[in-house]
Design a protein around this ligand. Structure first.
Ligand code: GLV
Length: 310
């Protein structure tokens, strides 16, 4: 029987994962890292695995992320770069992300940010009502999550643009691709949504040059990774009014430290990496399916392209 080891730095997360597999996939042999047989595991199920832990597994044949992102694995790779990496792609996760982003778009488009800020000094001031069709929203990242999010915003009536590494066709979305298409994509956007995967190519991508291309007083929604954003440039763009606000769900350090400036920066709305996550049942069933496929010698589901890093 294939042995699976759970690798994560947070012990509470390890307990939660152990319970999740016990409930939803009791047929799997799931071990915690401290158990003696764990070193023999062929499959590692991970979220920010402890430093060096993947390299200590001589029989490793599959690394499975419990989420859509795999950037948490890059820091501590396995000893064999050929070991396949898979991720969880959950339709409910996609749906949840669409809800979060749609809410964020409404928040800025309908001026709820300004109205809520007005509570402090009892300001009764109606925001200007703009039609959705005149509100230009750009989605960066058009993969398994970004494409349906862009589609939902288009269906809601927004003027939606999308940007990805390679051209994508999505109904109702004006698509741009590559570094050559980036300036035209960003030009005059009222709101930029980041859903890119974190790779060496996207690290720090959201910087002063990007913010300067947006419409004056534009807003940012970041539900990708904190490392996509150059925080000093974000702070400067907010202070200068080039950005009127930012809804941030992800941060370079999580939980966001209590003394982080972002908690108090005017115009910044902090949410605790809650935009969306794969469901317990889906994590268990997708890992179990891939363990079965590994045993049967079949192609794995949701395998990450090692060249692209997602
Ligand atoms: C969440 O951030 C995920 O990668 O699934």
């Amino acid at each position: 029987m294939t042995a699976i080891v759970l690798l994560c730095q947070d012990p509470a997360l390890g307990d939660w994962l152990a319970g999740l597999f016990a409930r939803h996939a009791p047929h799997l042999q799931v071990l915690r890292a401290h158990e003696p047989q764990a070193r023999q595991a062929q499959v590692a199920v991970c979220w920010f695995p402890p430093a060096g832990s993947l390299a200590e597994l001589p029989n490793l044949r599959l690394i499975h992320s419990i989420g859509a992102g795999v950037d948490h694995l890059a820091q501590y790779p396995s000893r064999d770069p050929q070991v396949p990496v898979c991720r969880v792609v959950d339709p409910d996760h996609i749906h949840g992300m669409s809800e979060y982003v749609h809410w964020g778009v409404l928040h800025f488009h309908r001026g709820f940010d300004q109205v809520l800020a007005g509570r402090v000094d009892q300001r009764w001031q109606r925001p200007v009502q703009r039609q959705a069709r005149d509100y230009r929203v750009g989605v960066m990242g058009l993969g398994a999550i970004g494409a349906p999010v862009a589609q939902r915003l288009a269906t809601a009536g927004y003027a939606v643009r999308g940007w990805a590494r390679a051209p994508r066709h999505i109904d109702g979305v004006q698509s741009f691709a590559g570094s050559e298409g980036r300036a035209a994509f960003l030009d005059g956007l009222d709101l930029l949504v980041n859903l890119l995967p974190l790779t060496a190519a996207t690290h720090g991508l959201l910087d002063r040059q990007v913010f300067a291309c947006l419409a004056p007083g534009a807003a940012l929604i970041n539900a990708g990774r904190g490392q996509h954003v150059n925080e000093a440039d974000l702070q400067a763009a907010l202070a200068a009014g080039q950005l009127r606000g930012a809804l941030l769900d992800v941060f370079e350090r999580e939980p966001l430290p209590a003394d982080a400036a972002l908690w108090h920066t005017p115009g910044v709305w902090v949410t605790p990496h809650m935009a969306s996550a794969a469901s317990d049942a889906c994590i268990a069933s997708q890992v179990a399916a891939n363990v079965g496929r590994l045993e049967a010698g079949l192609a794995l589901n949701n395998r990450v392209d090692p060249e692209l890093g997602y």
